[in-house]
Design a protein around this ligand. Structure first.
Ligand SMILES: [Zn+2]
Length: 73
């Protein structure tokens, strides 16, 4: 039985959706943000970051390196 489930999951793996950037994560609070309806965005290191609120936006903006994890301290 377990083997069957495993192979089934493996099969399903080939049918997973391509990673379309429809959603992003708010790195401050961890919430999933819908890109199409995001109101708070910030470009940092040529990457766009999305936030659920102005509060999270400000947290990131005050210390982007801490959240973006670019290796700089
Ligand atoms: Zn947030």
């Amino acid at each position: 039985m377990r083997k069957k489930i495993k192979s089934l999951l493996h099969k399903l793996g080939f049918h997973t959706e391509p990673p379309e950037p429809k959603a992003a994560f708010d790195l401050v609070c961890g919430m999933e943000i819908s890109i199409s309806s995001a109101k708070h965005t910030l470009v940092y290191n040529n990457e766009v970051y999305y936030f659920c609120s102005e509060s999270c936006y400000n947290h990131f903006n005050n210390d982007p390196g801490k959240y973006a994890g670019d290796g700089k301290i």
